[in-house]
Design a protein around this ligand. Structure first.
Ligand SMILES: Cc1ncc(COP(=O)(O)O)c(C=O)c1O
Length: 448
């Protein structure tokens, strides 16, 4: 069709009008559609989050939880929820399942991370500790708990001051120093000596502040707040405090295992386990985990693995605290006469007493046996473990002999051999102390 120019102009104008109206309509429709779909997406999101929260509330309480499909928000989120591994060499040879809880995988490298976290969190909940106030955690330890306190402390905003006997493996001192902890090494001494490492830690916490705040359960916290500051809540709260972690007597230690390690094992085994084997240093692991496991399965046997020179074996077997080396004058070390570090003690602690009645039996493990086991496990399973884990595994063999085939024995793999390079894993050190490395011991124990 032909148009004259003015007609063409009018036609174009009408066309443009119609198009603009249509475009406006289209755009409006699009906008309404997008808004509706956005808000319905949002609504669906809210609904899903609500349902997730509701479902999470119904799950049994998991005090320490690491989900591998999520971003972990802090170092402390790496603590706990450790894997349970089948130790194939021992399991196959013994016809049982020996399962090891891989505590060496905690960020601070040992089972003590759980304890350090729980002690600090409980102290915070009670208002004894506040992060980023220059407050200091004091502890007497053979090393692992110190490393865990320093790790959790740094992650949460505290300094650490660790007192340890001067005969423990230097490897742990070096780690503590790298973690920025103050380390004091003292001569090994009996608990009645005021310079014994635990007594010293309590004293240092007390000396830190000018005023002690002692709770009903004897937790010791001192504050540097002045009299005037103590009247104002805010400046009192901001003043640095010295806190004595007191792993031997502090109930938080027991609770870390009763509410953490124990329930984790129950979940991992689906509740099917026949025995639990553990050493005791403070007693927190055997008491807390043992009680949780026994509460869920009364038939579970709880067995103590005790190193040479510790009094706990006799305590469990005969009700008396006595280590033969105490009377023989043959002690190589003061605290407990063994090269095994972390377990064995010659006094009763609150954390051991908390579970004493549920311990069914005990085995005394020699240094030579522990050394043999550590070499056997690294050769057969590729697990490079510390001395207390090796003691536990020797005890597992003894327990396996008394249980029906197919039974399940759970134990703790407390820390890595890397912590023990200079002593337990040093051929030179062992040779100097007359300890033979005879891996054949393990095969003989299995065949016995
Ligand atoms: C390496 C290692 N294993 C085992 C234990 C014993 O654990 P518990 O103190 O819970 O008895 C400790 C304690 O310090 C340790 O350091």
């Amino acid at each position: 069709m032909w148009f004259r120019l003015p007609d063409l102009q009018g036609h174009l104008d009408r066309l443009t009008d119609r198009l603009t109206q249509r475009t406006r309509g289209l755009l409006l429709g699009l906008a309404i559609g997008v808004t509706l779909s956005l808000s319905s997406n949002q609504l669906a999101g809210f609904w899903q989050a609500y349902r997730r929260n509701k479902a999470a509330q119904k799950l049994p309480k998991r005090p320490i939880e690491l989900r591998s499909d999520e971003i972990v928000p802090s170092t402390v989120g790496l603590i706990g929820n450790t894997p349970l591994v089948r130790i194939n060499s021992l399991s196959d040879a013994l016809g049982v399942e020996v399962l090891g809880k891989c505590e060496f995988l905690n960020p601070g490298g040992s089972v003590k991370d759980r304890v350090a976290l729980r002690i600090i969190e409980d102290a915070e909940a009670h208002g004894y500790l506040r992060p980023h106030t220059g407050s200091v955690l004091f502890e007497g330890t053979v090393g692992s708990t110190g490393i865990s306190l320093a790790t959790v402390g740094k992650a949460k905003g505290y300094e650490s001051h660790i007192i340890m006997p001067d005969d423990v493996a230097i490897d742990k001192v070096l780690v503590l120093e790298r973690l920025g902890a103050t380390v004091e090494r003292v001569r090994p001494a009996s608990i009645i000596d005021e310079n014994q490492f635990v007594n010293m830690a309590r004293r240092r916490a007390h000396e830190f502040g000018t005023v002690d705040i002692v709770s009903d359960d004897d937790e010791l916290v001192s504050t540097q707040a002045s009299k005037k500051e103590m009247r104002s809540r805010r400046s009192f709260d901001a003043a640095p405090r010295g806190f004595f972690a007191d792993q031997f007597e502090n109930e938080s230690n027991f609770m870390a295992h009763y509410e953490g390690t124990g329930p984790e094992i129950i979940r991992q085994t689906g509740g099917r386990y026949d025995a639990f084997v553990s050493g005791a240093g403070t007693g927190g692991t055997i008491s807390g985990t043992g009680r949780a496991l026994k509460a869920s399965n009364a038939k579970c046997k709880v067995i103590l693995a005790d190193p040479e020179g510790s009094g706990l074996f006799n305590r469990v077997k005969y009700g008396v605290m006595f280590a033969p080396q105490e009377s023989e004058g043959t002690k190589r070390r003061h605290q407990v006469d063994t090269i095994v570090e972390g377990i064995g003690i010659n006094r009763l602690t609150k954390n051991f007493e908390a579970g004493e009645r549920i311990i069914d039996d005990a085995y005394r493990i020699s240094d030579t046996e522990a050394v043999a086991m550590s070499r056997y496990i690294v050769a057969h399973d590729g697990l490079f473990l510390g001395s207390s884990s090796a003691c536990n595994l020797i005890a597992c063999i003894r327990v396996a002999k008394r249980l029906p085939k197919g039974s399940r024995i759970v134990t703790i793999l407390c820390d890595s051999g890397a912590r023990h390079q200079s002593k337990f894993w040093s051929e030179e050190y062992l040779d100097k102390h007359g300890i033979k490395v005879d891996v054949g011991i393990v095969d003989r124990l299995i065949k016995e």
